[in-house]
Write a protein that binds this ligand. Structure first.
Ligand code: HEC
Ligand code: HEC
Length: 292
């Protein structure tokens, strides 16, 4: 202790003995508890360094005596999650579509799985949530080209449409018109009739003339006498008012389809996904709003 330590009269505390220009420094040591807490954090830090990965070394880093690793922790967590998933996946694998839909737990799991694959793979063509687009059918509607029951949806997803898979849906809409088959006036009347099926024709006389053309050319064989469609051949319901090939000028779209039919194609998804995933997709698509 410095020799010129003295008691300060104002605070009653001792000074350190240091003095600058008549200003004396009070001796105010840190509280004991504070010092102990401080020291114990140092001890804690040293312990932490030893048991956990911490210090860089010449050949990598100090791995810690516990052998803990952020990645192995993650791997463990994933394994746990996977094990839980496997239980559901194997249930889905062995259950019928109807059973999956009846079991709320299984249904939720299947919908989540189906939704995520749909987003990655199907939404590019069918739109987010299956709203559809030009030439890509809306899956959220209750009009179906190839059928809207769980099993029909699953079959369509499994084998696809107009592709090389031996079980793929196949059908051809023949081209009418061109050559001497149907002239422009007849095509126009026919299109008016097709529009009238969904009450969107403005020309009743033309629609009436078109009806005969519709009948004489066997359009009804695929599209149905009242335009109700036919899922056996993937023929759209012309009376639905919902167009696969929707355009600003719907009459022109219809005429174009009759003269030069477009025919949509979709891959067989069983060539890419296993049966469990396809079941999840079928359940998801069925849930979008139009499932039968
Ligand atoms: C490359 C574009 C494309 C992709 C990707 C695609 N589809 Fe399709 N899908 C189509 C087309 C085109 C049709 C209509 C075929 C036709 O005209 O008959 C169709 C038809 C369907 C149908 C039948 C609809 C009906 O009205 O009967 C279902 C169900 C379906 N797709 C589900 C899926 C699912 C599930 C996926 C994802 C695994 C998927 N699609 C991915 C193009 C696609
Ligand atoms: C052999 C069966 C068959 C016959 C006959 C047929 N169609 Fe089609 N039609 C189809 C199929 C299948 C499609 C769907 C094409 C696709 O999926 O891309 C279609 C699509 C259409 C579309 C497009 C509908 C939409 O939603 O955009 C129109 C319009 C149409 N047909 C009108 C006719 C008319 C009019 C006739 C008679 C002159 C006719 N079709 C005869 C099978 C047929």
């Amino acid at each position: 202790m410095a020799t010129n330590v003295e008691k300060d009269t104002v605070s009653g505390q001792y000074t350190t003995g240091h003095e600058w220009d008549g200003i004396k420094e009070l001796n105010t040591p840190l509280p004991k508890w504070w010092v102990w807490v401080f020291l114990s954090t140092i001890v804690w830090a040293i312990g932490y360094w030893i048991v956990y990965p911490s210090w860089p070394t010449m050949h990598g880093y100090w791995a810690g005596t516990f052998g803990w690793h952020a990645r192995s922790q993650l791997v463990q967590d994933l394994e746990k999650a996977n094990a839980a998933k496997q239980v559901y996946l194997s249930k889905i694998k062995n259950a019928s579509l109807e059973d999956i839909v009846k079991d709320p737990d299984l249904l939720n799991f299947a919908l989540a799985g189906g939704a995520s694959v749909f987003k990655d793979t199907c939404a590019a063509c069918h739109g987010v949530g299956g709203v559809g687009g030009y030439g890509f059918p809306a899956l959220a509607s209750d009009h179906w080209l190839w059928g809207g029951t769980l099993d029909e949806i699953k079959t369509t997803i499994t084998y696809g449409v107009r592709n090389a898979n031996p079980n793929s849906h196949q059908s051809v809409m023949p081209a009418f018109g061109g050559g001497d088959a149907l002239n422009d006036a007849q095509l126009s009347d026919l299109a008016e009739y097709v529009l009238s099926l969904s009450h969107s024709s403005q020309d009743a006389a033309a629609a009436t003339r078109g009806k005969a053309i519709f009948t004489n050319n066997n359009c009804y064989a695929c599209h149905g006498a009242a335009g109700e469609g036919n899922t056996a051949v993937g023929a759209p319901a012309l009376a639905s008012g919902l167009w696969l090939y929707k355009g600003k000028d719907q009459k022109a779209e219809i005429i174009s389809q009759v003269k030069h039919p477009k025919m949509g194609a979709m891959p067989a998804w069983s060539e890419r996904f296993n049966d469990t995933t396809i079941k999840e997709l079928a359940v998801y698509v069925h849930s979008l709003g139009g499932g039968k």
